[in-house]
Design a protein around this ligand. Structure first.
Ligand code: 5GP
Ligand code: MN
Length: 334
């Protein structure tokens, strides 16, 4: 990773802003707070602006109490971005992915750095440290810190944030993206003080009763298995979410469950959200849900994990999705 330019900029204390994508996930928060704690330790004035709320299970990492959600402090957020000398955009490849933060970033004068691992990054920064083969943006933050010559600065706080980002984006080191190098990074993070067992418990063992019942309801009542296409789908309406007192993050992971069924290679979750349907795609092997969501559902992401949206009703979105499957039958049943 070539960091000469940014290293030079960071030689004196700077005003820095970090931001990430809308509805941040574990990698978005883990990588951002890892970088936040590191830059703070180096003496910079750092502000982390989140474009939206995020789940409770991501709120235990060091520095979380200083995160600014733009909706809660629009003026403070705008002022910080405008004043920033350096802006880090983490874990997203299109400026629109940071939603209401995007116009401020676009107008900002600071030096912009994109650190990300999504495919086909759009060029919206001055420096791009992107690698679509990386397991996670958090792994890239580790590599960034090492490339800066600062391995020795890693401490428990920084290491635990980064570890959490890698762990969540690789589904606990089980995806193909978790390479030998990823495991080496994880080992070094544990050496630096990351408590892997704490990260695991704090993320995965903090479910509400409602959340676990919602998952049961999804698999028992809502999952449609289309064996003909090796595909499973789950659709959730707003009313159903309300019935289970839905909170941000409660539907996370549900889309992965059907992939545990033998032969299922494509799993899709449709969730009704204010005025649109948010769609999550997961696949196995070669079927690219990134291409599929990009082509039909204004989305993108990774080959085996992507997202998109639809402005049709939930029912019509699902109908439309099913109508697209015959074209992919050969690919899905190969
Ligand atoms: P999730 O299904 O967990 O929301 O998202 C899976 C992956 O797809 C993530 O890496 C996320 O960044 C990406 N993704 C989700 N929604 C969208 C979207 O609307 N547009 C793009 N370009 N990527 C998305
Ligand atoms: Mn990520």
């Amino acid at each position: 990773m070539i960091v000469a330019k940014i290293k030079e900029l960071l030689e004196v204390p700077r005003k820095v802003v970090i931001t990430t994508h809308y509805k941040p996930d574990g990698d978005a928060i883990g990588s951002s707070l890892g970088l936040y704690n590191y830059l703070l330790k180096k003496g910079h004035a750092v502000t982390f602006i989140a474009p939206s709320d995020y789940p409770d299970f991501l709120q235990w990492m060091a520095g979380n109490e200083h995160v600014i959600e733009i909706q809660k402090d629009p003026v403070g957020s705008a002022t910080a971005i405008e004043a920033a000398e350096i802006i880090f955009c983490l874990d997203f490849n299109r400026i629109s992915r940071c939603e209401s933060v995007a116009p401020h970033i676009a107008a900002a004068k600071g030096f912009k750095v994109n650190i990300d691992h999504h495919l086909e990054p759009e060029s919206f920064c001055d420096l791009e440290l992107t690698d679509p083969t990386a397991s996670s943006t958090a792994e890239l933050i580790y590599r960034f810190i090492v490339a800066m010559g600062d391995r020795a600065l890693l401490d428990q706080d920084i290491a635990e944030c980064i570890y959490t980002g890698i762990m969540t984006d690789t589904a606990s080191f089980r995806f193909v993206s978790a390479t030998a190098e990823t495991y080496e990074v994880a080992a070094d993070l544990i050496r630096a003080g990351a408590r892997n067992y704490i990260a695991h418990e704090a993320i995965y063992d903090v479910w509400s009763e409602d959340r676990i019942r919602l998952v049961g309801y999804c698999t028992q009542e809502k999952m449609m298995v289309l064996n003909e296409f090796n595909t499973a789908i789950i659709g959730l309406s707003n009313a159903e979410l309300n019935r289970f007192h839905h909170k941000t993050g409660d539907t996370e992971g549900i889309v992965n469950i059907p992939l545990s069924i033998k032969n299922i290679r494509l799993s899709v979750l449709f969730v009704e959200r204010k005025g649109e349907v948010k769609i999550s795609f997961r696949s196995k092997d070669d079927f690219s849900v990134r291409d599929f969501s990009d082509k039909y559902f204004e989305g993108g992401g990774h080959k085996n994990a992507s997202g998109g949206r639809s402005s049709l009703s939930l029912e019509d979105t699902i109908k439309r999705f099913i109508s697209l499957l015959p074209e992919y039958k050969a690919e899905l049943t190969r």
